[in-house]
Write a protein that binds this ligand. Structure first.
Ligand code: URA
Length: 275
């Protein structure tokens, strides 16, 4: 139980003093009864509190972090096989958060975690085409023809993948290092795409998602998103362009309207906290 004016302040209606004024003015009701005197206690779970006829509820504090997930962790809240979950890497966060989408047990890199259900929905819904970029270290023969096939789409589990951006960024002891950007989220998609062209992924790291970059967050650690990163994510699905989309547009126009994959746009085809 807590005092009505404290409850109203926690809901962001007014300061405690301001809430006292509103109560005196008869603008606050508890379970349908107008309250004008001070000292009324409310049960925040069961009482219905209204201000000017509209129900008020406490604002939930939203948390948004990016974790650099190491391999050997599942991206679920619990695991029936007893494997380590990413929750153990964020146990120092006092609020219950959960992973946004998934990364395989053996994939590393950027994993968003939040308690904001609306944002989770927007990021994971296929209609929003949120881009994810991975660095893949693969063995096998990578030539221009293989890259073109990956860019144009390969058949995975009987369905062709959407066009992807693919570029070679280096050579490793294991083979070739590539950067691949996709906007679908099918199960083990990147691994299966490389499998379809005869390459084995030896190491996979997500480096970007929805315009966010993993940057220098150490493996197994996390950091809070900045205000501008959160605002950028909140634009997803609203029709407003994020700054990441704007810079892609500028990049594409400088490249004669071609995507990084060399296709013309619309051409059809189809932790611990780091301190
Ligand atoms: N593609 C994969 O193969 N694995 C991941 O974890 C993410 C994308």
């Amino acid at each position: 139980m807590l005092r009505l004016q404290k409850y109203l302040a926690e809901c962001g209606v007014a300061s405690r003093r301001g809430a006292e004024v509103l109560i005196k003015e008869g603008r606050v009701r508890v379970n349908g009864e107008t309250i004008r005197e001070m000292g009324v206690q409310v049960d925040e779970d069961n009482d219905v509190i209204e201000f000017d006829g509209a129900r008020v509820k406490p604002q939930k504090k939203m948390i948004y972090i990016m974790l650099n997930k190491p391999e050997g962790f599942v991206t679920t809240v619990s695991d029936d096989k007893g494997r380590d979950t990413v929750m153990s890497l964020v146990s120092d966060i006092p609020v219950r958060i959960y992973p946004v989408g998934r990364l395989d047990y053996d994939t590393e890199g950027l994993l968003l975690m939040t308690n904001d259900g609306d944002l989770t929905y927007k990021i994971t819904h296929p209609k929003n085409n949120v881009e994810k970029t991975y660095v893949a270290e693969v063995s096998g023969n990578i030539n221009m023809d293989t890259i073109t096939r990956l860019r144009c789409g390969v058949v995975v589990d009987g369905v062709r993948t959407s066009p992807a951006k693919v570029e070679v960024i280096g050579a490793t002891r294991l083979g070739t290092k590539l950067k691949i950007t996709i906007h679908e989220g099918r199960n083990r998609q990147v691994r299966k795409m490389f499998e379809a062209v005869g390459c084995l992924v030896k190491r996979l790291t997500r480096t970007e998602e929805a315009g966010l970059k993993l940057g220098h967050v150490p493996l197994g650690r996390w950091r809070k998103l900045t205000e501008s990163e959160i605002n950028m994510l909140k634009k997803i699905g609203t029709g407003k362009k994020t700054s990441a989309q704007n810079s892609r547009r500028i990049f594409n126009s400088k490249n004669g309207g071609k995507t990084a994959g060399g296709r013309t746009k619309n051409s059809g085809g189809r932790g611990r906290k780091t301190k």
